[in-house]
Design a protein around this ligand. Sequence first.
Ligand SMILES: Cc1cc2nc3c(=O)[nH]c(=O)nc-3n(C[C@H](O)[C@H](O)[C@H](O)COP(=O)(O)OP(=O)(O)OC[C@H]3O[C@@H](n4cnc5c(N)ncnc54)[C@H](O)[C@@H]3O)c2cc1C
Length: 410
Amino acid sequence: MQSRVDVDLALVGGGGAASLVLAALDRHGVRDLRVAVVDPVHRRGQDRTWAFWDRPGSDLDPLLSASWRQVEITTPAARRVLDLAPLRYAMLRSGPVYARAAEAERRLGATRVVAAVQDTHDDGDRVLVRTGSGPTVRAGWVLDSRPRPPARAGRTSWLQHFRGWWLAADRPTFDPARAALMDFRTPQPARGVSFGYLLPVSDRYALVEYTEFSPALLTGAGYDAALAGYRDLLRLDPSRLTVREVENGVIPMTDAPFVARPSPRVVRLGTAGGATRPSTGFTFSAMYRQADQVARALAAGRPPVPEPAYPRRHGWLDAVALRALDRGSVGGPDFFDRLFARNPAERVLRFLDGTTTPGEELAVMRSTPLLAMVAATAGDAAHRVRDRLRPARSAPPVPAVVRDGAPPHP
Ligand SMILES: Cc1cc2nc3c(=O)[nH]c(=O)nc-3n(C[C@H](O)[C@H](O)[C@H](O)COP(=O)(O)OP(=O)(O)OC[C@H]3O[C@@H](n4cnc5c(N)ncnc54)[C@H](O)[C@@H]3O)c2cc1C
């Protein structure tokens, strides 16, 4: 085996963020760049489903499993049908994303190193990437998307955790024209928010999910019971359904800081780089945006440093919202219901993606329970001051992604 690989760019971690970077490099015609991808697992096939909103007409169109112009938000009190135009809600399974990345990798002539990275050493000129069982990689730049904890503990450390069943029905059962984005009729946990999700890809095939935003995970049996309850709430007859696949996920929802640039030539991407929106867990759109920025920069001969995943002020808004939810000063279903009831859907979705103007954000903020938010904000400001005066605490580990039958990510 080669003992050292010299490249211009090393992708450390080859999951969602890195796959989107590879595809973007190919799309922007970047050639003559020596690239290595280092990951102990060569990702292939379906290991997750991404749902996100965007405008139709992107290069993702041919890869989508489904997309919806209309989605539903349901609370025990009301069902709201939202027309998302000019946006859409889209579903992308990991298989086509990894396949496109593999094709890009081939066209870029990238070197694949199937080994876990132990550490990176950045001397300001080159970065040495040491692997346990594979060669050492010397790179001009490193894009690091290995899962890692935030730099220090946050004031609120919630998790978005979920289980989904891919259900096949023996007769037309689902309405493929409409997705249930958040259905809050599920029993609400003592601390946190829960909701169901129904994403039909055809009249006989759909992803049904049970999701919680809360501090702690359920047991496997707990997720199954919650999902069965949601299936019954949808009046789906289990005797006519087969569970074809099971999907589990855990995503951090925290105001703890993720460091996006730990050293001059190392850039963190994906969840590790702060691409996960703390108030929603949505990550895909920011990863896609940053992958495009990285590729454009390299195509123009500039360093592969993307803009921050979200504007700074959004970090503050998210911290406030998380704190208010955690304290119970706003109820989750009520919070999301008001957001969508009092704003055009497109504004809320762009807000959640971090692409609204300050004026639009003010309008969004006004539509949430103001007094509770202000109280939470005052608490947040006091904590900020206290944190600044206090030495750094150690951070809790970021939860690993657990899939059925598979060990957590290394
Ligand atoms: C089941 C699931 C569903 C999700 N659905 C959505 C969704 O609908 N919408 C949305 O916006 N977000 C969603 N997310 C959140 C987010 O988009 C994904 O987690 C996404 O895959 C994050 O990309 P990433 O590159 O940061 O991490 P990953 O895709 O997890 O990639 C990290 C990579 O690092 C590798 N690695 C680990 N240790 C090492 C090491 N020592 N050396 C080298 N490599 C290492 C891993 O093997 C892995 O391939 C979902 C997450 C999960 C788990």
